[in-house]
Structure formats: structure tokens, C-alpha cells
Design a protein around this ligand. Sequence first.
Ligand SMILES: [Ca+2]
Ligand SMILES: [Ca+2]
Length: 184
Amino acid sequence: MAAPPTTQQLQQWFSSIDTDRTGTITAAELQRAMGLGGLQFSLMACAQMVRLHDRDGNGNISFPEFSSLHMQLTEIRTAFSAAAQGGDSISGEQVAQLVAQQGYRIEPPALQALSKSFDPDRNGRFGLPEYTMLSLFLMSAKQIFGAFDPQASRPAAGTHGAGGHSGRVSLDFSQFVYASAQTR
Ligand SMILES: [Ca+2]
Ligand SMILES: [Ca+2]
């Protein structure tokens, strides 16, 4: 496995992506940089990447936030490459294995629906962009779910859920719309 990049390297990448020199990276700047790297993502997809790592909530990516985004994208790419073994796509079964390896427990019907929605041409194969989007979606879903989980912020007194999560949420329609909107 390649050595992790040095802070200096990361800083150079950050500066090269920050084309308008604002000291922050927007979704559009990220989209352009990924495109140059041969990965075509929609602006919406890049906005989701920004949102997932925008810890201070100012709508764009600072250098520390970029470091965590970069680490996440590297982890996704490493898992993908190991499964693809030199190829440029992986099967639905491999996606299911990777998802399980990351600790997600998802029932088969949900897993099938998940795969279908990230395989628009329905050929049962997932390239790196598709697998990345699927991973980001799951991460967002976990984050949003956790935010609505009533036990999330309390100690696990009397519950068996991991980290105090009850593992169940109850949403009204507005909350459902809010939650869905955050995952795309
Ligand atoms: Ca910028
Ligand atoms: Ca930010």
C-alpha cells in the first residue's frame, strides 16, 4: 500500500484545487479537480462530499476538512482497488462484501435497492465513481440516522444498541424529507 501523503503534499493538492485562491474548496472546485483526475462526479455528488466533511458548516472545505475528505476518498479507493484486482469495476456481490466489511448490517432487500440505485445502467458492475457514491450515501445515511436516533446523544444506560444508539428512528414527513435531502 502506498505511504500516506505528507502534510506538505496535501497542502499542495489543496492549493491546486483551490483555483480561485480563497483558501477554501467549493463543490465546483472539487468537481473540476476530480474530473481532471479522471473521475466524473456530478456537482450534486461533490456537494455531498463537501457536506459530509464541512465540520464548521460554512458550506465549503478548509484544509483540515480537506484532510479528512482525502482520507475518506483514499479508503474508498483502496477498498475498491483491492476488490477490483486491477480491473475497473466490481460486482454487486463484491459491493455487498465491502459494505459488510465496513460494519454496515443491511438486510438483502435494502442492499438490492441500494445497489440498483447506484447502478443506473443496470449492468451489475460498479466503477469507482459509482462505488464512491454508494459509500458516501451510506455514510450520509448513517450520519443522518444517528442524528435522529433518540438514544444517540445519551449514554447506553439500559440499552443494548452500540454507542447508545437505539437503532430505530421515528420521522414525521418533514423530517423524512429533511433526512432524504441530506443523503443526496
Ligand atoms: Ca476556492
Ligand atoms: Ca467548512
